[in-house]
Write a protein that binds this ligand. Structure first.
Ligand SMILES: [Zn+2]
Length: 233
């Protein structure tokens, strides 16, 4: 391999290495929490709390109505039983029964309202729970795929690092310096292929007099237009 071909090969290694490095950074950003999922979890928890509250309201109303029903029955049996004869007492008892009935009616209404509401919230909760479950599962699968790819990319990264370290030993230090300099300033492309007499990086025609030197590949020939090192395959 002539020196310029070696530089071109080094550039291939570096380009792949850069791609892997960028991908690792991208994967790092994709790892961890999902704000969408956090929001869904919170929403589902809030619906569950709301459901419990309404169910409690329904239970309380039912319990209240039940105990009133007992007290109404007791008072009615007193009214019917004939033990209370005083008309004022009877009247008061009657009035009390009426009041308890009204109160019970209100509690029964409340219980029905709460039941309807609990039903509606329960359906919402079921929908949210099922979509949360599938999102959690999808997220798990995605995270697993990210982890697997990350392991693979890290191995590739280390492998290329070693390959590069070994490879640069064979390259002349002045040429390597020039290569690094250009790579930093020419958008990662320090070595450009010569094709049909043109530089493939900037598409300018290379003077015929230089093509022979480029083909020999034993010295640095720069493209007059873009400054990159020319390489003929
Ligand atoms: Zn050029």
């Amino acid at each position: 391999m002539n020196p310029i071909a070696a530089l071109y090969r080094l550039q291939e290694i570096d380009t792949t290495w850069d791609k892997i490095r960028r991908r690792i950074l991208q994967l790092q950003k994709m790892t961890g929490g999902s704000s969408e999922l956090v929001q869904m979890r919170e929403q589902t928890r809030a619906t569950e709390a709301e459901l419990q509250k309404v169910r409690k309201e329904q239970q309380d109303a039912e319990a209240g109505s039940g105990s009133l029903a007992e007290r109404i029955a007791e008072s009615e049996s007193l009214l019917m039983g004939g033990q209370v004869r005083n008309p004022k007492e009877l009247e008061a008892l009657q009035a009390n029964v009426e009041s308890m009935r009204r109160h019970k009616g209100a509690l029964d209404d409340r219980s029905v309202e709460a039941m309807v509401k609990a039903d509606e919230i329960g359906q919402r909760f079921a929908t949210q729970t099922s979509s949360l479950d599938s999102q959690e599962e999808e997220w798990q699968t995605k995270q697993q795929a990210i982890d697997e790819e990350m392991q693979k990319r890290k191995k590739e990264y280390v492998y290329l690092k070693n390959v590069r370290e070994e490879f640069v030993k064979s390259i002349d230090s002045k040429m390597l310096e020039q290569y690094e300099y250009l790579r930093g300033r020419k958008n990662g492309i320090a070595v450009a292929k010569l094709e049909d007499g043109s530089c493939t990086a900037c598409h300018m025609q290379v003077p015929v007099g230089l093509i022979g030197s480029v083909r020999r590949g034993d010295e640095l020939v720069a493209c007059a237009a873009c400054g990159r090192i020319l390489f003929a395959a």
